[in-house]
Design a protein around this ligand. Structure first.
Ligand code: B12
Length: 450
């Protein structure tokens, strides 16, 4: 039986998040089903030394590494460590960064044997089974000095056919909790939040995002299949706190309603966080989600400027976003507004529009990653490349990512961000803090924790 070690590298250069590595657990599920001896090691939990120990002790024949752009250097370090330990180990990389920058990785890092493009379950399985690389779709490999990119793989037609992520391979209790307050007796600040996905991809084509490139369209699982996974996690592994890590969970309204009905009918007393688009919700759906355990919904609002929204290719309109947030507030569902501050063409006027939008709608929380990130695989990246702002060699450096700062300095960007995150008058912040505290002490069932 072939030994496979799947590695989540040790966080990003910024320090790193630590959520169970969902993509790797999916790959593990498929490999286990086909009889491989699989381990998953999460560098976010055990650090570089822990990964080194896992390599040395388990002595894998194949090492699979997941990689996003900001953490690519750490991922490459794992690849190098594996080859230095034993040059016969087959080193495979997958995830957003190698899917897009496969050529550069294969040309510059000889210790990587294969890059898997996009959805990885079947491609990784075929590599592990020792199939001739020339016959594996969705694979990039070396033929002598030449880098060969095979035709793309057709993604799973039915996501229900995929084995569940191999949750039992990680110790979920070791992951830090993420949340605040109580919801249905669940202490969100203490219970590990486990990410699951109901769908893959996104119907949108926003210029700052690479999801459309990686996942090509949007597919969802059946409600029953999703609920089976939740029930397994809830019943056997004691998980009660979930995050739907989908880009846009509610694209199929009917399927989302069915999922909520399954959760309610099975009496799963869970709390979940969801992310979606404001044009994919309505009051009936949001009420049903709340009844099923949704305590927070996160919307990609991006900006309060209609001009900027149009420019970034986001089909939402401001009125729709305003309506969606208003409904959430009315029914007591906590809202996070995800924003991008420092867009291409951001001006004093557009910033004012964003602040005005926030003042009107009063989301409970704002999520900004700090400026507009120029990541490969996005239309924004192509545009910046054409303008000479960035080229592919940037990804050979140690810089984790590039922030777009053509029209303002980093200091100005920080000030803009400050203005937006401080949109609430101070007294409102104090009131909201008090409400949060009282909600967490009273432990009221079926209510958001805000
Ligand atoms: C949920 C999510 C998060 C969650 C993670 C939760 C979790 N449990 O993992 C949080 C909020 C923590 C997060 C953080 C960040 N994220 Co994020 N995130 C996502 C999101 C929406 C879904 C990821 C997911 O779980 N997908 C489901 C699983 C099944 O897919 P997957 O992990 O991609 O794995 C599949 C394939 O990629 C492949 N694969 C992956 N790894 C491997 C390894 C091997 C060996 C093989 C063979 C195959 C393979 O096979 C898997 C199964 O098919 C994606 C968008 C998207 N739809 O991909 C963005 C996305 C991955 N994130 C992105 C970014 C930029 C970030 C951050 C850098 C943002 C920030 N400001 O800090 C951080 C970085 C975190 C880190 N550790 O490096 C970008 C990455 C772009 C890039 N070029 O790298 C994406 C694509 C969104 C975008 N804007 O374009 N993220």
């Amino acid at each position: 039986m072939k030994r496979v070690l799947l590695v989540n590298p040790f966080g990003t250069e910024q320090g790193g998040f630590s959520n169970p590595p969902l993509g790797l657990l999916y790959i593990a599920g498929t490999l286990l089903k086909h009889g491989f001896d699989v381990r998953v090691v999460d560098g976010c939990l055990v650090g570089e030394e822990g990964v080194e120990t896992a390599l040395a002790e388990f002595r894998p024949e194949l090492v699979g590494i997941t990689c996003l752009t900001p953490g690519r250097k750490k991922a490459l370090r794992v690849a190098q460590m594996a080859k230095e330990l034993d040059r016969n180990i087959v080193v495979v990389m997958g995830g957003a960064h190698p899917t897009i920058m496969h050529k550069q990785i294969m040309e510059h890092y000889p210790f990587v044997d294969f890059v898997v493009l996009g959805e990885g379950e079947d491609t990784c399985l075929e590599i592990a089974q020792g199939k001739d690389p020339a016959l594996i779709n969705g694979l990039v490999y070396r033929d002598g000095e030449k880098v060969v990119k095979n035709p793309p793989r057709k993604y799973a037609e039915n996501l229900d056919d995929l084995p569940f992520p191999a949750w039992h391979l990680v110790d979920l209790k070791k992951y830090p909790a993420c949340g605040e307050g109580m919801f249905r007796g669940i202490d969100l600040a203490r219970e590990t939040r486990v990410s699951v996905v109901f769908s893959r991809g996104c119907p949108g084509h926003c210029d700052f995002c690479s999801t459309w490139w990686i996942w090509k369209g949007w597919r969802h699982r059946s409600a029953r299949n999703m609920a089976d996974e939740l029930e397994w996690l809830w019943r056997d592994l004691g998980v009660r706190h979930f995050c739907f890590a989908d880009d846009a969970m509610t694209v199929d309204r009917q399927a989302t309603l069915e999922l909520c009905d399954e959760i309610i009918a099975r009496k799963l007393d869970i709390a979940f966080f969801a992310t979606t688009r404001t044009d994919c919700v309505d009051e009936e759906l949001l009420l049903k989600m709340k009844e099923a355990g949704c305590y927070n919904i996160s919307f990609g609002i991006e900006t309060g400027s209609a001009r900027l929204l149009k420019q970034m290719g986001k089909e939402n309109d401001i009125a729709r976003s305003e309506e969606a947030i208003t409904i959430c507030k009315r029914i007591g569902l906590r809202v996070t507004a995800l924003l991008i501050i420092g867009n291409v063409g951001e001006t004093e006027e557009t910033l004012r529009e964003t602040v005005a939008f926030l003042k009107r709608t009063q989301p409970d929380e704002i999520g900004c990653v700090g400026g507009l990130w120029v990541l490969p695989g996005t239309k924004l990246y192509q545009q910046c490349r054409r303008r000479g702002i960035i080229d592919d060699d940037f990804w050979l450096t140690d810089e984790p990512y590039m922030i777009y700062t053509q029209e303002y300095s980093l200091d100005e960007l920080a000030r803009m961000q400050q203005r937006v995150t401080n949109y609430r008058p101070i007294w409102k912040k104090v009131v909201s803090r008090i409400r949060k505290l009282s909600a967490s002490h009273k432990n009221r069932p079926h209510q958001g924790h805000n």
